[in-house]
Ligand binder design. Structure first.
Ligand code: HEM
Length: 395
């Protein structure tokens, strides 16, 4: 049994390999889900319209049948499929463009440099708290939220990150307060931008129109909160996973210093090797046959991207970190951001943020930073994404 509600550190990969060596799919007894392990099956099923997201099934299980949290969550891209999903996605994509993301690179690089500087000045420190706010700062810059309000947004996003799984009563109460406050703030900011446009994503979302369709004010407000919550813990956790991967691979870190053009590929490789999100959950609308196993309609499916990322028959030297891997044209597809209609809308932003963290810690370091503890003994944490709880380094 593999318990995906725990982070598992290196054990995640050990257990997944043992499972995948035995069978292409396994049963998760706790959730009743069929766990899909092979790259080709995960990729094909992510595109398969007979599968849908888990929608509000977890809310039903928790007994949250009405209220602001359910209202918000039920209107997101994650929880909708078919035409309602595609309409939202098409509208948001018109403003949240690769160009809008690219324009953030210089600011993100400056923020990452500023955050790593004290660690270097002190001769070392813990890189986890050092970069804890970076992802939120970058997203707030993109949206047009003033820097002074970043901490408040991070606190709301922290309280809201557990909504993607089972929550206890305390978490439900905290998430409900957070969504009320976050929506009220964004509602006010969007109204101000309507009167007084700025060069930011909220203004861009107000302006989008696609085939005569626009986002309603409520949809826009919910969508901004969707981007903030979807991108906060995932990216923050990936920063930790990616730094751990580079720091425990000193030869590859030295190769990156000598060849900084490999940065984009190095980032993808760290996300393949140590993903913050190991799975993507789905439900079936129809009978689906996976590697000879029939899965009836209404079943839970867990697409295990972490197993797919390291499948030995798909990847050359699957368990080796190779920062040039993603420069080769025959490289398989990285599945950590999903695939198909729900492919992560923030993937370019997440990659850019991780790029700039790796640049500040590895490439721009006058001398290599080194881990001061054995990676095998580092504790892990998990909210939405899994991540090392600390990364103590000497600098
Ligand atoms: C390393 C960081 C990240 C990872 C690993 C990640 C992963 C994912 C995955 C696996 C999905 C697909 C879910 C599914 O198929 O059900 C997804 C969807 C999504 N992500 Fe991300 N994500 C990251 C960062 C971000 C950021 C920074 C944002 C926003 C700024 C974002 C916004 C979204 C949204 C809105 C969706 C829903 C898309 C849809 O349903 O059409 N993500 N993400």
């Amino acid at each position: 049994m593999i318990d995906f509600t725990t982070p598992m550190g290196d054990q995640l990969h050990v257990r997944l390999r043992a499972a995948a060596d035995a069978a292409p799919v396994i049963a998760d007894d706790a959730s009743g889900a069929t766990v899909v392990l092979r790259h080709q099956d995960v990729e094909a099923l992510a595109h398969d319209r007979r599968l849908a997201g888990v929608g509000l099934a977890v809310f039903d299980l928790m007994g949250i049948t009405s209220g602001p949290l359910r209202g918000w969550y039920g209107g997101l891209m994650f929880t909708n499929d078919g035409p309602p999903h595609d309409r939202l996605r098409s509208l948001v994509s018109r403003a949240f463009t690769p160009r809008a993301v690219d324009e953030l690179r210089a600011d993100t690089a400056a923020m990452a440099t500023e955050l790593s500087r004290p660690v270097r000045a002190d001769g070392g420190g813990d890189l986890v708290p050092a970069f804890a706010r970076l992802a939120m700062r970058v997203m707030c810059r993109l949206l047009g939220v003033p820097d002074d309000d970043v901490d408040g947004f991070a606190a709301w996003a922290d309280a809201l990150s557990p909504v993607f799984g089972m929550m206890d009563d305390r978490q439900i109460a905290a998430a409900t307060t957070a969504i009320d406050q976050m929506l009220a703030y964004v509602d006010d900011l969007a109204s101000r931008r309507r009167r007084d446009p700025a060069d930011d994503l909220i203004t861009g979302l107000l302006a989008v129109e696609d085939g005569g369709e626009r986002l309603t004010h409520e949809e826009l407000v919910a969508m901004v909160a969707n981007l903030l919550v979807g991108g906060h813990d995932t990216t923050t956790s990936q920063i930790g996973c990616s730094l751990l991967t580079m720091l425990r691979s000193p030869d590859e870190a030295a190769r990156l210093v000598a060849t900084p053009d490999l940065l984009t590929s190095a980032t993808a490789e760290t996300i393949r090797y140590e993903p913050s999100l190991p799975i993507v959950p789905r439900t079936t609308n129809d009978l689906v046959s996976i590697a000879g196993h029939d899965v009836p309609p209404g079943s839970l499916i867990t697409l295990c991207t972490a197993a797919a990322n390291r499948e030995p028959s798909t990847w050359r030297d699957a368990d080796r970190v190779d920062i040039a891997r993603f420069t080769r044209p025959d490289t398989p597809r990285l599945l950590s951001f999903g695939a198909g209609p729900h492919y992560c809308l923030g993937a370019a932003l997440a990659r850019l943020t991780v790029d700039e963290v790796i640049r500040s810690v590895i490439i721009d370091s006058p001398a290599p930073m080194t881990l001061t503890e054995d990676p095998a003994t580092i504790p892990w944490r998990m909210v939405l994404g899994r991540a090392p709880a600390r990364l103590s380094v000497a600098a």
